[in-house]
Design a protein around this ligand. Structure first.
Ligand code: AR6
Length: 186
């Protein structure tokens, strides 16, 4: 994984110059509050019309559009799960949001991808758990990706930033312990 990285940054994802930015959408894909609202406002009505043609998306899956007025080339939209206590498959669904989004980025040859903290705002997923799931799903994906090399977690506030940094630190020390175990594709 020497040529690949996960970074945690504090900032506004609509300003991010990654090849693809991910949107924490809802199943209509037609915009909403939070990061979804910010992305739709910044990208403009062209994004709304493109999303309308997609006809929605299931929780845990992902769809891709152009970046419109964002600096990113693509926007990947993924509806996260609402937290309902943890026994309704929320963990697997959140993991699936990260995997499906990264698979689309890879399919489109993206080198850099920026994620917001999916499901931890209006959908109330516990932040520390969400951060751990995100970091695990991303680092597992990076072990075998061909095009995707750089993934940024873009946190909107210092509390989220701290949670993702902590999750990354834990993951890195775990990976050091199992170093050499993974067989990567060329
Ligand atoms: N850049 C980066 N992160 C942001 C930004 C931004 N510009 N704005 C907010 N965040 P949320 P969810 C953070 O509620 O929980 C919408 O109405 C925010 O601080 O946006 O997946 C959709 O339409 C939080 O840490 O997404 C859905 O209905 C994180 O993004 C629903 O909310 C996610 O918060 C999705 O809820």
């Amino acid at each position: 994984m020497t040529d690949k990285s996960i970074q945690v940054i504090l900032g506004d994802i609509t300003k991010c110059k990654a090849d693809a930015v991910v949107n924490a959408a809802n199943t209509t894909l037609l915009g909403g509050l939070g990061v979804d609202g910010a992305i739709h406002r910044a990208a403009g009505m062209g994004l709304f019309w493109e999303c309308l043609r997609l006809g929605g998306c299931k929780i845990g899956q992902a769809r891709i559009t152009g970046g419109h007025r964002l600096p990113a080339e693509f926007i990947i939209h993924t509806p996260g799960p609402k937290w309902k206590g943890g026994r309704r498959g929320e963990v697997l669904l959140l993991e699936s949001c990260y995997r499906s989004s990264l698979a689309l980025a890879e399919e489109h040859g993206c080198r850099s991808v920026a994620f917001p903290s999916i499901s931890t705002g209006s959908y109330h997923f516990p932040l520390d758990q969400a951060a751990e799931i995100a970091v695990r799903a991303i680092s597992e994906f990076l072990q075998c990706s061909r095009y995707v090399k750089e993934v940024r977690m873009v946190c909107f506030d210092p509390v989220a930033e701290r949670a993702y940094r902590e999750a990354l630190k834990k993951r890195n020390s775990k990976e050091e312990q199992v170093h050499g175990r993974c067989i990567r594709k060329a």
